[in-house]
Design a protein around this ligand. Structure first.
Ligand code: PBG
Length: 325
């Protein structure tokens, strides 16, 4: 026998030498929730180990993130008051704007990405301005532009629009530029599916739609050619980074987008993916640590450059321990 693939699998040193995928903490982003109020560290029922933090306590988690070796966080805000047009989302004194000012001042070594969307801020829980029961695309664009500019003013290093409106990147890019933020990059949630994997997030952020669903703006899981159209539009409108979301069940989509577009690509491994691993581990059905490691490696192997995950701290730790890398 001339070819024996097992020859390269004989020792741990050799196996790590011939690895095709390298994982680094530099490309991890940790998503987290900031809420109104004081002295709050409230565990999210459906996401054990993840919390809603008030601004006065968010330093605890930011410090943990830094110690773990993760360099970037993505902030989600939970406002006190919601209204029809989600006005807290762009208020100078909104939860995200105040959280950003606090975090940038006290933990400037971290890189801050903000989620630009209205669903956590609207009374109806949809991601835009309603016209009857339909989300009005073009009216929503003006709001998204205002939200992005207010985040940049409060210190966001990067904005990440997750609304799935048509023309959103162009609207946000020109508003940022007009306000002098030419160097604030946009990470576009380009290919975002209408997914049941967001269930625990909606519990965390109180952002479930009051009626209907998000299928008139988020994508149908049956489609992949349409994913290319979405990515292409965001690319042409000036997105700096493209994103596919959710993660694990959509790696075919990630690979397709990676093959066609020469921009950095992010993958969002969402709340449902986190909660499945947590629940399985709690029941004793799976090994949590090994599942976290293997799934992270698979997402990088499929082609992601950046991984947004609630397991960011753990993955960074496992890289340090040499379990993956
Ligand atoms: C806001 C938004 C959602 C997520 C990220 N940004 C929820 C949604 O679209 O319903 C989901 C993230 C997760 O599940 O971890 N539009």
């Amino acid at each position: 026998m001339i070819n024996r693939p097992r020859r390269l699998r004989t020792t741990p040193e050799l196996r790590s030498m011939v690895r095709e995928t390298r994982v680094s903490a530099d490309s991890l982003v940790y998503p987290m929730f900031v809420t109104e109020g004081n002295d709050i560290k409230e565990e999210i029922d459906t996401m054990p180990g993840q919390y809603r933090w008030s601004i006065d306590r968010m330093g605890e988690i930011l410090q943990d993130v830094i110690s773990a070796g993760v360099k970037s966080v993505m902030l989600f805000g939970i406002p006190e008051h919601k209204d029809e047009c989600g006005s807290e989302a762009y208020s100078d004194n909104g939860i995200i704007q105040r959280a950003l000012r606090y975090a940038k001042e006290n933990y400037p070594e971290l890189y801050y990405i903000t989620d630009v969307c209205m669903c956590e801020y609207t009374s109806h829980g949809h991601c835009g301005i309603l016209d009857g029961h339909y989300v009005d695309n073009d009216k929503t664009l003006q709001m998204l532009a205002k939200i992005a500019v207010s985040h940049a003013k409060a210190g966001a290093d990067m904005v990440a629009p997750s609304d799935m409106m048509d023309g959103h990147i162009a609207a946000i890019r020109s508003a940022l530029d007009e306000n002098g933020f030419i160097n604030i990059p946009i990470m576009a949630y380009s290919v975002k599916y209408a997914s049941a994997f967001y269930g625990p997030f909606r519990d965390a952020a109180g952002s479930a739609p009051a009626f209907g669903d998000r299928k008139s703006y988020q994508m149908d899981p049956h489609n992949i050619r349409e994913a290319i159209i979405e990515a292409e539009l965001d690319y042409e409108e000036g997105a700096d980074i493209l994103m596919v979301k959710p993660g694990m069940a959509y790696l075919d989509v990630l690979r397709e987008v990676k093959a066609r577009f020469n921009k950095p690509l992010a993958l969002y491994s969402v709340s449902g993916e986190y909660s499945m691993i947590k629940a399985g581990a709690k029941l004793g059905y799976i090994d949590e640590k090994k599942m976290i490691c293997e799934s992270a490696v698979c997402m990088y192997r499929a082609g992601t450059d950046i991984l947004i995950t609630y397991f960011a701290k753990e993955i960074a730790q496992y890289i340090k321990e040499g379990l993956i890398g």
